[in-house]
Design a protein around this ligand. Structure first.
Ligand SMILES: NC(=O)c1ccc[n+]([C@@H]2O[C@H](COP(=O)([O-])OP(=O)(O)OC[C@H]3O[C@@H](n4cnc5c(N)ncnc54)[C@H](OP(=O)(O)O)[C@@H]3O)[C@@H](O)[C@H]2O)c1
Length: 305
C-alpha cells in the first residue's frame, strides 16, 4: 500500500501529515476508515447529465455511461433524485461489466421532493436499487439538505444505519456537511459513522472553506471533491507547464492535485477523450514540489467556479 504525505495549507501556516491505513491511497483506490476500498476518481451523473422531470429513458446518458464503463471508469456517482438509476442499470448490463467491478455511489437528496418516491433514505434506496437492478450500492450519502442538524439528522442517520446493517449500502456517508453537523454524527452513539463527506473543493476554494477538509481528514472521513475542473488565468502558466512536463492536460493535473491532497475527485464527461483522461489520472504522480506550486499559486487570489 502506498502511503503518502497529505499536506494542507492555510495562509502561511502549513502542516504536513502522513495518513496511515485510513483514507490511504493504494494504487488506484482509497481505503475508507471502515476498510472498504473506493476507486480514487468518480464519474458523476448529475449536473451535466441531470434529466429530472423527463420521465422517459435518457438514451444519450445510457450511451455515455456505456462508453465510460467500457473505457475503464470504475466509479459512478448518482442520486435517486436525478432519476437516472434505470439508465445506470441498463448501461451496466449492456457494458457487460461485472457488478462487483464497479463502485456505485448514490445519494439521498430530499430537497428534490417531487422527484423522490419516498421520504426517508431507507425506503428511497430500496426503491432506487430496483431501478438500478442491483441488490446494493457501495456507498450511500445523506445530503446536507435533509438534516438541518438536530434530532432530524439523527432520525435520518438511523435510516442510513439500517441500510448499512442490512447490506443494502456497503458504506454510508454524507454530502455538503459542515463541521457542526458532522460533529453531531461523529460524537453520537451511532454504530456506524460517516466514512465520506462530499463537498465542493478545488484549488481556488481550498482556502475559502478552511477547516472542513482538514477536519474530515483528522476524523478519518474521506473528502470527495466536486467542481474540481475549473480554470482561471492565474494558474494557466503553472498548469500548462505541468501538463507538458507530465504529458497530461490541465484538467488531469487538477484532478491529480486533488488526489494527492488525499481527496477523491468527482468529475464527469460527455466526450470520449475526456473519459480516457479521467481514467488516466490514477497512473501518474505529481512531484511534491509541483503539488505545492499549484497550492501556492492558487492561494494568491480568491476565485469561484
Ligand atoms: N453533492 C453535491 O451537492 C454535488 C454538487 C455538484 C456536483 N456533484 C457531483 O459532481 C459531479 C461532477 O460535476 P462538476 O460540476 O464538479 O464537474 P466538473 O468536473 O467540474 O466538470 C466536468 C466537465 O469538465 C469537462 N472535462 C472533464 N474531464 C476533462 C478533461 N480531462 N479535459 C477537458 N475537459 C474535461 C467535461 O467536458 P465534456 O462533457 O465536454 O467531456 C465536463 O463537462 C456531478 O456529476 C455530480 O455527480 C455533486
Amino acid at each position: 500500500m502506498t502511503q503518502f504525505p497529505v499536506s494542507f495549507g492555510y495562509c502561511d501556516q502549513q502542516y504536513t501529515k502522513t495518513i496511515y491505513n485510513i483514507m490511504s491511497l493504494s494504487a488506484s483506490k482509497f481505503i475508507l476508515s471502515n476498510g472498504n476500498a473506493i476507486p480514487a476518481v468518480a464519474f458523476g451523473i448529475s449536473a451535466k447529465h441531470f434529466k429530472h422531470g423527463h420521465g422517459e429513458l435518457d438514451k444519450q446518458l445510457i450511451g455515455t455511461l456505456e462508453l465510460a464503463l467500457k473505457g475503464g471508469v470504475t466509479h459512478i456517482e448518482g442520486a435517486g433524485s436525478y432519476e437516472t438509476n434505470e439508465e445506470v442499470g441498463i448501461a451496466l448490463k449492456n457494458s457487460m461489466v461485472k457488478r462487483n467491478e464497479v463502485f456505485i455511489t448514490a445519494e439521498y437528496l430530499p430537497n428534490e421532493e417531487k422527484h423522490l418516491k419516498h421520504h426517508n433514505p431507507y425506503e428511497e434506496l430500496k426503491s432506487d436499487l430496483k431501478d438500478l437492478g442491483s441488490s446494493y450500492v457501495d456507498l450511500y450519502l445523506l445530503h446536507q439538505e435533509v438534516s438541518k442538524g438536530g434530532p432530524g439528522l439523527m432520525k435520518q442517520w438511523s435510516h442510513m444505519e439500517r441500510l448499512k446493517e442490512e447490506g443494502l449500502a456497503h458504506s454510508i456517508g454524507v454530502s455538503n456537511f459542515g463541521v457542526e453537523d458532522l460533529n453531531q454524527l461523529l460524537n453520537s452513539k451511532t454504530k456506524w459513522k460517516p466514512v465520506v463527506n462530499q463537498i465542493e473543493f478545488n484549488h481556488y476554494l481550498h482556502d475559502d472553506t478552511p477547516g472542513i477538509a482538514e477536519f474530515c481528514q483528522d476524523q478519518g472521513v474521506l473528502v470527495e471533491a466536486y467542481a474540481v475542473v475549473c480554470h482561471n488565468k492565474s494558474l494557466h502558466y503553472v498548469l500548462t507547464k505541468l501538463a507538458d512536463k507530465y504529458d497530461k492536460n490541465s484538467d488531469q493535473i487538477l484532478l491529480r492535485w486533488v488526489i494527492q491532497k488525499g481527496l477523491l475527485p468527482i468529475t464527469t464527461a460527455s466526450k470520449e477523450e475526456h473519459m480516457e483522461d479521467i481514467v488516466n489520472v490514477v497512473n501518474f504522480d505529481l512531484e511534491e514540489g509541483d503539488v505545492e506550486e499549484i497550492t501556492r499559486v492558487a492561494r494568491k487570489k480568491n476565485h469561484f467556479k
